[in-house]
Design a protein around this ligand. Structure first.
Ligand code: C5P
Length: 330
């Protein structure tokens, strides 16, 4: 019998089509209505048995120990690669990385697993509001589940994902979905259309926690979040014009307050005819909806990309489309 020593999982970025943020809860989080949309910017996460191989996967580190007490950390090291330039230096390579925490969490909860190294091949902006760190954690969770032969039901993996972070469950699910609670309670939303996007990456990163704190400062009177029916209809009809008009992000003012130059980036895209423009999640990546699957969308996309590239207001411009499936074993 051959035992796999490597598993690679491909996982998408997300953009938020609606991010409605309620008041701060007692636990410090905010109740959200968060419409996630997975787009075709992918990270590939490879987990590999760390050498020397001391145990077989079926034996596993800590198999005879009670769950929660592995003999040693299952996470044995991390490397990162990809074409993201200065963004890559923002990725922590130690056990504080959310993907490393995913490896250790799965080992602790299941009592299975042998030490692995993790390689991140990144295309998703880092600290950009596109859930790249959450995506890597979801991918590491799924990859270790397969490599260690746990084969947990999807519901259990999703529960573990939610313990890692509010956006991690969606990276497993993919496509388009509304997240409630912290964003982790998911319901898929029908979205049969194909939407084309342009993303403007910032040379700076923003901390999600800081953007939420700024939101509390600028919106102390935040109402309970509600799902926008016009957005749901636009998705169900695959109508890019209606979708562009319905895009909203309650965190946008907070992100702009921390990084005012994002205002110019957003204006550059809307002046070129983008159907909708918004800060993605907690930012600072700016997202521009340029259309559906038609020639007009191609023209609009070309114009928006050219204007952003010559504006000098962003570090890099990328194209993508949505929606796409969630984390997938390759
Ligand atoms: O869940 P996650 O670790 O991604 O959240 C990062 C930070 O974002 C939290 O520590 C919190 O400050 C903020 N957050 C929030 N409300 C949410 C999700 C995140 O305040 N629903």
């Amino acid at each position: 019998m051959t035992v796999d020593t490597t598993v690679t999982v491909r996982v998408p970025a997300k953009v938020n089509l609606q991010l409605a943020v309620g008041p701060r809860r007692e636990d410090g989080f905010h109740d959200l209505v968060n419409v996630f949309h997975a787009v075709s910017l992918f990270d590939e996460v490879t987990v590999k048995r760390a050498s020397p191989c001391r145990q077989s996967p079926s034996e596993g580190v800590g198999r005879d120990d009670p769950p929660g007490e592995p003999e040693e950390s299952a996470f044995a090291g991390m490397s990162v690669g990809g074409d993201l330039g200065s963004h890559l230096s923002r990725v922590p390579l130690d056990s504080s990385n959310l993907a490393a925490r995913a490896v250790n969490l799965l080992a602790e909860r299941t009592g299975r697993g042998f030490p692995v190294t993790v390689h991140l091949d990144k295309d998703i902006p880092v600290a950009g509001g596109m859930a790249g760190g959450s995506a890597d954690a979801a991918a590491a969770l799924l990859a270790c589940d397969r490599l260690w032969g746990c084969d947990l039901p999807a519901g259990v993996l999703t529960e573990y994902a939610a313990d890692l972070g509010s956006d991690v469950p969606f990276a497993l699910l993919g496509a388009t979905a509304v997240g409630r609670g912290r964003g982790e309670i998911l319901r898929p939303l029908p979205s049969p259309g194909r939407f084309r996007w342009v993303f403007a990456l910032s040379p700076r990163g923003l901390s999600t926690a800081e953007v939420f704190a700024e939101y509390d400062r600028v919106r102390p009177d935040a109402p309970e979040p509600r799902l926008d029916d016009a957005l749901v209809d636009a998705l169900a009809e695959g109508d890019p014009v209606a979708l562009g008009a319905a895009l909203t992000n309650d965190l946008q003012d907070a992100a702009l307050s921390l990084l005012p130059e994002l205002g110019r980036t957003l204006r550059t895209g809307t002046d070129e005819g983008a159907l909708g423009a918004l800060v993605s999640g907690s930012g600072p990546t700016c997202a521009f909806l340029v259309g559906g699957d038609d020639d007009e969308a191609t023209e609009r996309e070309t114009a928006v990309v050219a204007a952003l590239e010559s504006s000098g207001s962003c570090e890099r411009v990328v194209r993508a489309w949505g929606d796409v499936p969630g984390a997938t074993v390759l």
